[in-house]
Structure formats: C-alpha cells, structure tokens
Ligand binder design. Structure first.
Ligand code: TLP
Length: 340
C-alpha cells in the first residue's frame, strides 16, 4: 500500500525509536522529565517564543489555546475552512463555550479588512471577540502557504483592538521550508502557536503549544484539567526532539513529490487539480471521471493506493516521509492505467 491519506500515517524512524528507548525520564506533572523539558526548550527556541508546552495532539494544543485566551461566550474569528472549525468536533463550543465567527478566505488567507469588520463593537447585545485564529499551512485550501504580509496585516488589526492571535501551525515547518524562511519569522507574527510533531516531521505522538511564559503557565493548568498531564512522557517526547533536529529540511522532498504528483495526475483526462501545489498536498477533483470521491478512492485502494475524501468529488493526496519518489511514479502510472 502507498498511503497518501495524510502525513499523520508515517511510522517513527529508527533514530526516533532509539531516542525513545534511551530517553531519560521523570514525572512531567512535577515538570521533572528532562526529555520533555528539553523538547519544550528546543521548540520555544526554534519558534522564538518564551515558553512551550508538550501536548498530546494538535487538537488538544489548539483547544488549550482557545481555553487559555478566552472566556465562555466570547467569539473567535477564523477562516471558514479552518481545521479548528471544520475538524475539531466543535470542541471550542463544547469545551470553552465559544461562538465561532467564520470568514471565507482566499487560499486560506483572510482579508484583514474583513477580519476588522468582524470584530465586535462594545455593545450589550454582542459577544466579545476573544481571539483571532490563523492556519499556516492551510489544510483544507490544499496545504497553501499564508503569506507573511497577510499574517502581519491581521496582527496589526488585532493589536489595535487588543485581541490575541493564535496560529494553528500544525504544518508550520512545511510553510517555513516552502517560504525559505526560518520558522520564527512565521511565529513572530502571532501571540501563540500550535504545531504538530506527528505530521510531516514524522514523530509518533504529540504537538507543541508555544507563547509567552505567563500564557504557557495557564495553558499547563488547562492541559491538566483536560487530562493531558502525563508522567514519564519523555518516552514520547524523545522522538519529537529527533523530529525537530533531523526531519525539517527533508520536507522539501515531500513538496517536490507533491508537485510531481500533481503534474502527473493533472495530465490524466477527467482529473482536475483543485489547488496549485505549494507544500505536501494535492487536491484533485474527479467529477470529470464521472465518479464521486468515495468511488475514486475505492478504485485506487484496489490497486494499492490510499487517498482521502475532501468533499463529494474532491480527493486529497498527502506526500510524506514514508512515500518515495519511485512510489509517486507508481501512483501516477496506476491512476493512468485505471482511467486512460
Ligand atoms: N489534520 C488531519 C485531519 O484531522 C484532517 C489531517 O490528516 O490533515 N490543525 C491542522 C491544520 C491539522 O491538519 C490537524 C490534523 C490538526 C490541527 C489536528 O491535529 P491532531 O490530529 O494531532 O489532533
């Protein structure tokens, strides 16, 4: 099977397994796990933030951010296809008592003027705007890179109204590699950032939430409330250190593979590329083949290729560490053979 459903499906490398095996551990609820502490320090340093917190998943990191920044009945502004709105089970409403306010973006980027217009004036009828959430790369738009200028302009608006900005940077390293910028250049446009160790970076578990020291202190308490205070978690943090030190530069390979895949699939009659490839995702529309996404996925599964549905006729293919250049050629040939 060539698995292109997501970059979450990768298996830990040998170095990650060895790092886990040899990890020095302690009780992290007492903040005494040296490996977790090392990972948090390394992550904070890379992002240019004061402090960081190791959390179980991207969803947990995002939701702890919302819980820490906001109070019940606040409103949070986000892009209408943001992961935090579409794919987190309405957690911010269920857990934090938040009302989401969505704005349609262009390739994942919201217009700063529309963001400003969405901020609630001080009026007894309205909720208070508690947070603005950005996402980079933007998953549902097709792994698109949200430009730094756009992030900067939104942060300027937010500062005028004293509203914090959180970045769902699940794939911030893909964005940084695609931009050719160090990751802190992206992180410095926002107050807090969540990024995933377990996606393109290949670690088996975990995400990081980073921001100011005082914020992370409160976030640590929210993590404990949510049952995310782990004990000898150095075992799972150690592969995260390998992810940050060994797996960033190679993301370029995934991006190259995604570009090649999109060229190859785009040449097949009936398949339309929905979004120009910028990082490690390819979105294809298969309506021209007279198939729904589910039917297309089934046909590919029969020839050993796994993909995921992104709408009635939309299919997502995500390149990742476990998929080689040769695999990409195999996928193109197989899809070509199926539909030519
Ligand atoms: N994304 C997953 C699915 O949930 C769709 C994927 O396969 O792409 N933010 C962004 C932008 C994400 O893409 C994801 C996961 C998360 C947050 C949540 O991370 P986890 O799965 O660790 O909770």
């Amino acid at each position: 099977m060539i698995d292109l459903r997501s970059d979450t499906v990768t298996k830990p490398t040998q170095d990650m397994r060895e790092a886990a095996y040899h990890a020095e551990v302690g009780d992290d609820v007492y903040e005494e796990d040296p490996t977790v502490n090392k990972l948090e320090e390394l992550a904070a340093e890379k992002l240019g933030k004061e402090a960081a917190l190791f959390v179980t998943s991207g969803t947990q990191g995002n939701q702890i951010a919302v819980l820490t920044h906001c109070k019940p009945a606040d409103e949070v502004i986000m892009e209408s296809n943001a992961h935090i709105f579409v794919y987190e089970g309405a957690a911010m409403s269920a857990l934090a008592g938040i009302q989401p306010k969505t704005i349609e973006g262009h390739r994942g980027a919201m217009d700063p003027k529309r963001v400003e217009a969405a901020i609630r004036p001080d009026d007894i009828h309205f909720p208070e705007t508690g947070l603005i959430c950005l996402e980079n790369t933007h998953n549902k738009a097709g792994g698109t890179v949200v430009p730094l200028d756009n992030m900067k302009a939104i942060k300027n608006v937010a500062d005028q109204y004293n509203i914090p900005v959180h970045l769902d940077g699940a794939r911030i390293f893909n964005a940084a590699v695609a931009m050719g910028e160090p990751v802190h250049k992206i992180a410095e446009q926002v107050d807090t950032v969540q990024f995933c160790l377990s996606k393109g970076l290949g670690a088996p578990v975990g995400s990081i939430l980073a921001g100011p020291k005082e914020f992370i202190k409160k976030a640590r308490k929210w993590r404990k409330r949510l049952g995310g205070g782990l004990r000898q978690s150095g075992i799972i943090a150690a592969p995260g250190i390998v992810a940050l030190t060994q797996m960033v530069e190679r993301l370029q390979e995934d991006h190259g593979n995604a570009k090649r895949l999109s060229e190859g699939l785009g040449n097949i009659q009936g398949i339309e590329i929905e979004s120009d490839v910028e990082t490690n995702m390819v979105l294809v529309n298969v309506e021209g083949l007279g198939l729904t996404s589910e039917q297309f996925i089934e046909k590919l599964e029969e020839v050993g290729v796994r993909t995921g549905s992104y709408g009635t006729h939309s299919v997502r293919l995500v390149t990742n560490f476990d998929v080689t250049k040769e695999d990409i050629e195999t996928v193109i040939t197989k899809v070509n053979d199926l539909f030519e």
